[in-house]
Ligand binder design. Structure first.
Ligand SMILES: [Zn+2]
Length: 389
């Protein structure tokens, strides 16, 4: 499949300048989560002027319909999906600029650079005429970055049938091939008591102590974490529960009425999320019963865990394309964060591999990505499609 001629024709079809122009154009639109209308319209225009038929499915978010292209050869085969998000985290906007072969600007790393690379792979496949069968589904959407977004648009795309047989996601993870990832929920806990704030010496007998109850919640969560840490799972390590914030009290000798705790719970693929949720509420109920304080919690589900088959054809197609371009195969590993791949694997039931440019500064005001990395991803995605489809 990957003869030197095929590789050089794909490399010839990937146009560095066109790719860079697309990336700069996308980074040039400020698009925090829930405000991607302008950048989505622009991407749709770019794809249309490239000659693609562009669909704009609303996918649960009519404020900014998603962007989709279904491009197929005449012959039946697998459909490889390229999926990316167009929203950025709500940090101060930095415009695009290119310096010494590096693209800077908000979204260059997370993940408009990757989206532009996927678009260029699609163009290269069409222009080279090398895809023997099957086709490509390209999708781009809003509502990725949590907690500002709630995944509704990728879920809407999946529910409306915008899925391929497998999907590549050009996020900035690049040093491993993630075949497993943990699910994640945010935990918000509020411990309260009746009555007003009061001087400690004036407390009536039996007044619940919200700080003491909060400490008990933290202690039990730590015990749970120790129990969870006993079981190791392949690639992902262990399940966990983590406390990141605790707030209560005004001054040293006043009994407060509220204590707030937040943290996260992570679990492995195959766990019943309802069971994880029930375990959390049961822990809070126990503390409430024993302390007399009201202990309320919110288990805010973000994404489920996932696991993909190491022998999936998408894994071998991606590794084969790596080797063909002179790179080593990627080591199999875990995805440290949750992303749309978790949702595509779980809700969509398709293998999703996150692999993108070696980019830097995601979720900061200093994002950057070498243009050579965008070119690498465009070539790699196009070559992966050749064997996968
Ligand atoms: Zn991202």
């Amino acid at each position: 499949m990957f003869t030197p001629d095929v590789i050089s024709r794909i490399r010839g079809a990937v146009n560095r300048e066109r790719l860079t122009d697309t990336a700069v154009a996308l980074v040039g639109r400020h698009s925090p989560t829930r405000q991607t209308r302008e950048v989505a319209d622009l991407l749709a225009d770019i794809l249309r002027s490239d000659g693609f038929v562009v669909e704009r499915p609303e996918a649960n978010w009519p404020e900014s319909p998603a962007v989709a292209v279904r491009w197929h050869t005449e012959k039946p085969g697998r459909t490889l999906q390229f999926d990316g998000h167009l929203d950025t985290v709500p940090l101060p906007y930095t415009p695009p600029r290119i310096e010494n072969g590096i693209l800077y600007g908000q979204g260059s790393a997370d993940m408009k650079g990757g989206v532009a690379a996927a678009v260029e792979a699609l163009r290269a496949l069409r222009d080279s005429g090398l895809l023997p069968k099957g086709g490509i589904l390209f999708t781009a959407h809003d509502h990725h970055e949590g907690p500002w977004g709630d995944n509704r648009q990728i879920e809407g795309l999946i529910d409306a049938g915008y899925t391929g047989d497998g999907v590549l996601i050009p996020e900035y993870l690049h040093d491993r091939l993630p075949v497993a990832g943990r699910g994640q929920a945010v935990l918000e806990i509020a411990i309260r008591r009746e009555g007003e704030k009061i001087h400690e010496v004036l407390r009536p007998p039996g007044l619940p102590d919200v700080i003491g109850a909060g400490a008990e919640v933290v202690r039990r969560l730590k015990i749970l974490n120790t129990e969870l840490a006993r079981t190791e799972y392949p690639y992902v390590g262990t399940e966990s529960v983590f406390v990141g914030q605790i707030h209560s009290g005004e001054i040293f000798n006043q009994s407060p009425v509220e204590c707030r705790i937040s943290g996260s719970r992570r679990w492995v693929a195959g766990r019943d999320v309802e069971e994880v949720r029930r375990e959390f509420y049961a822990l809070l109920d126990g503390v409430s019963r024993e302390t007399g304080a009201s202990v309320e919690g919110e288990f805010i589900f973000l994404r489920d865990g996932y696991r993909i088959d190491e022998n999936d054809p998408l894994v071998s197609a991606l590794q084969g394309a790596r080797v063909a371009t002179g790179d080593l195969p990627l080591p199999l590993g875990a995805k440290p964060f949750v992303d749309d791949g978790n949702t595509l694997c779980g809700r969509g039931g398709i293998p999703a591999i996150t692999h993108g440019p070696a980019a830097h500064g995601a979720h900061t005001t200093e994002e950057w990505v070498p243009v050579s990395e965008l070119v690498r991803i465009a070539e790699l995605y196009a070559l992966t499609a050749l064997t996968y489809c």
